[in-house]
Design a protein around this ligand. Structure first.
Ligand code: NDP
Length: 295
């Protein structure tokens, strides 16, 4: 099976490298060509000059861009994906996308006999480097079985979630929960530090008790207490994900005041901290408001 990979950002780059390592012929394209050139040099992937050129001859085309509208923008035009993709091939979109745009993309591809799966991932950059991501897939289960060998290069747990858009919805809700946990843990710890409890002791107890989460067990000890704040997943992208979760809740007529409040808080944090800040840096805003450092 021949593959193409478009979008060599923080997570796309190790995912593409994993597909090359698994032995599939891969063509890569990235908006900033230098990133594609470097990956080509490091892995032997074929470097394409346009989305159409990457997609030509590919059985499966994988995209991993910030948003679904970014993916949609690559479809049309002389150099677009639709010029390169052949009937019978499949677009697997690993973007953490939004269900309604995914459905629109799928409909456009279906007119040309091209399949579509929304297939966002979780597990972070380290999961991608280890080929151990979770992949949540929406769309035709038969298509998933067809492309599964390629997805297995970077995915350890590959789950069919439902119709087109189901993977996007699940990913958005998962990330909204991540955001709730980061923000609530930060508020709780800021409170405890001000009340005279050391954050190490607070986390030791919380992590042996029912208030624990991935934020309290991993993110805060490794990234906040150390003040390392490594940049692995942009706050701007988490802001986008919570917005999608809140939007899906509205569409489904589920009252979700907590998700909406979290979406609002992360929008403020994104505005304050900028485009390149990591998602865990949202804690800095809680610290600033509280006038205390969780350290
Ligand atoms: P980055 O911001 O690191 O990279 C984004 C990539 O998309 C870059 O290659 C960028 O190109 C390209 N790009 C951006 N806009 C466009 C556009 N309009 N047209 C074409 N290419 C574009 O993002 P990540 O790799 O971190 O994330 C990608 C997706 O994966 C997102 O949806 C994110 O939510 C999701 N995700 C990320 C995780 C992580 O840990 N990083 C974990 C799980 C999911 P250029 O090089 O030119 O800027």
């Amino acid at each position: 099976m021949k593959a193409a990979f478009l979008g060599l950002g923080a997570i796309g780059q190790p995912m593409a490298a994993a597909i090359v390592r698994a032995g599939f012929p891969v063509a890569v394209w990235n908006r900033t060509a230098e990133r594609a050139r470097m990956l080509g040099e490091a892995t032997g992937a074929r470097v394409a000059r346009s989305p159409a050129e990457a997609a030509r001859g590919a059985d499966v085309v994988i995209t991993c861009l910030p948003t679904s509208p970014d993916v949609e923008s690559l479809l049309g035009g002389e150099d677009g994906l639709l010029m390169g993709m052949r009937e019978g091939s499949v677009l697997v979109d690993c973007t953490s996308g939004d269900p309604s745009t995914s459905r629109r993309i799928a409909a456009r591809l279906a007119e040309r006999g091209i399949g579509f799966l929304d297939a966002p991932v979780s597990g972070g950059v380290s999961g991608a480097e280890q080929g151990a991501l979770t992949v949540m897939v929406g769309g035709d289960p038969g298509l998933l079985e067809h492309v599964r060998p390629v997805l297995k290069a970077f995915g350890k747990k590959i789950v069919h979630c439902g119709a087109i858009g189901a993977g996007d919805a699940l990913k958005a809700v998962n990330n909204a929960l991540l955001a709730v946990h980061i923000w609530s843990a930060a508020e709780g710890l800021a409170t405890l530090v001000k009340a005279g409890v050391s954050p190490d002791i607070a986390l030791d107890v919380i992590n042996a008790s029912s208030g624990r989460s991935n934020a309290s067990m991993n993110l805060i000890p490794e990234r906040v207490l150390t003040r390392a704040f490594p940049r692995t997943f942009r706050l701007a992208l988490l802001d986008k994900d919570i917005g999608i979760a809140a939007q899906v809740a509205r569409e489904q007529k589920v009252p979700a005041p907590l998700l909406q409040l979290t979406a609002d808080l992360f929008r403020v944090a994104h505005g304050e901290l900028g485009e390149i800040a990591d998602h865990v840096e949202a804690v800095k805003l809680v610290e600033q408001w509280a006038g205390v450092e969780i350290a």
